[in-house]
Design a protein around this ligand. Structure first.
Ligand SMILES: [Zn+2]
Ligand SMILES: [Zn+2]
Length: 118
């Protein structure tokens, strides 16, 4: 489970490509398509999840507690926001759209500390 361990170590919601780069040196002949296959398998088992934001390549993280994300529009860094997105669900319910709720995600856009200065 080298892929899962690498994902647990990474704090920056890596893409499959970034995981592949990190593992290539440890596992000779490790193919990118293997990383994709393993991520899909782990996602089916609900051990990892992808971040619901379109930033080009899909970002992955180990599935921990529900939380939101801060996305830097400049460098595309994805940071954790310790808020349970399901707090939004009562608001949606109150809006009375006859919408059956399944889940919620929270993405906040802006600039990260590294980019704010420039
Ligand atoms: Zn940034
Ligand atoms: Zn996260």
């Amino acid at each position: 489970m080298a892929v899962f361990r690498a994902l647990e170590r990474a704090e920056d919601h890596p893409t499959a490509e970034e995981l592949h780069t990190a593992l290539r040196d440890l596992v000779p002949g490790f193919a990118l398509k293997t990383v994709y296959a393993i991520l899909r398998e782990l996602a089916d088992l609900e051990l990892v999840e992808s971040i619901p934001v379109s930033l080009g390549a899909t970002r992955w993280e180990p599935n921990t507690d529900p939380h939101g994300h801060l996305v830097c529009d400049n460098c595309r860094r994805v940071l954790d926001l310790p808020v349970d997105p399901t707090v939004l669900m009562p608001l949606v319910r109150r809006a009375g759209r006859r919408f059956t709720l399944r889940g919620a995600s929270l993405i906040v856009h802006g600039r990260c500390d590294r980019c704010a200065g420039g």
